[in-house]
Design a protein around this ligand. Sequence first.
Ligand SMILES: [Zn+2]
Length: 468
Amino acid sequence: MTFAGTVHGNTMSGEHGRIRSRYLDGGAVMRRLIAGAALAFLGTSASAQSLPAYDLLLRGGHVIDAKNHIDAIMDVAIKDGHIARVGPGLNSGDAIKTIDVRGLYVTPGLIDLHVHVYNGTGERRSYAGDLSVPPDGFTFRSGVTTVIDAGCSGWRNFEDFKDRIIDRSNTRILAMLNIVGSGMRGDRYEQNTFDMDGEVTAKMAARYPGLIVGIKTAHFLGAEWTPVEQAVIAGTRANIPVMVDFGADRPTRPLYDLLTKKLRPGDIYTHMYSGLRQEQDPRTLGPSKGFVEGRARGLYFDTGTGGGSFKFSLAVPMIQQGFKPDSISTDLHMGSMNSATKDILNVASKLIAIGLTLQEVVADMTAHPAQEIRHDELGNLSAGAIADVAVLSLQKGRFGFTDMVNGRVEGTQKLVAELTIKDGKIVYDLNGLEALPWNAPQGDTSQDSRWTSFPRSPSQPGDSTTHH
Ligand SMILES: [Zn+2]
């Protein structure tokens, strides 16, 4: 795993503090993050003094937190939407609610670096429409708390995407702007090089720092470098990475040149195991020369498995030869979620079946993607961090995993999301770990809303349509 090398080689790191302070000018989502952080660090409100030290305590789980080098049985305490403390033997008397998670893994909330969620416009056969999925329907049930929409919208329609989806979802949604001004609406738009303007795209990105976290180029069939070059202009002006889906394989724009000349350290190559564009060395079956040299100069390699972007005939030998992903993403959309990809834990389990360790796949869904988009406050369980947490079980049995050409690999382990916590509140609970027997006394339910979105007395003030 060469990730550690690329971390330090990333010339665009160290921006975190500045980006974070600029959130104040950004969207409502980011304002909420900051307000929560301020509360957590002050910790002096009147009610906080009379309440227990923690809202929620996850006790006895196996914590995997790559950023903090934790891989051990520990307790995780949460207060005011933030991680209060991680350590052994925390006292359940200090928490409003304690959940026993022995036998389960506790990780930072998963980050899916490549999804398509610009759903709801009504546009047919379009990723700014019917081909995208509504995020909250597919994220929490897989342990995912943050997704990065990879270029469904461009500068022309990003604000519609924000209003329609980002601002109305509970999932934390960040976005990469498509270099095509109209976004991912089909060939009529995506092949139009006249609608690829790096300067205008950078201006929109600059309007939403922290929310627009990258520039995407995708699906291009032409012979020119225009989309890549304009994307790099936008990424350079806005100081954010470029993610490339390199489209059709064209001799006039070789993959080798893309990875060794055109992209910058910190840029991201997605669909790394697709085999559509000479990713693999035909002789060794390992990574092609461009891949090796690209990684050496600090590019990131992302799975983006999608509907047609992951083949075992590449992934197996490349992983055997040590070319592992920097990040595991799904390229989730209406097609991939029903074919080989399914969801991020299925992809992670598939990669475990062909040689990755549990620790590696967790890092690739947490700290690593956070680093790639320079949101280092996400993807870890540091004290003070946003309390996005996934509680996972590693089930044993006979499982099958498939690829884009319907090849099959058998595995004996499968990750399943048991409990998902976002901003300190339970948003998904597969087996009712937090629930009490139905006929047990209710006890004091007055503080439920501090740690769960499933209060035992749902008749609280608010929108009646949410409890249906
Ligand atoms: Zn995609």
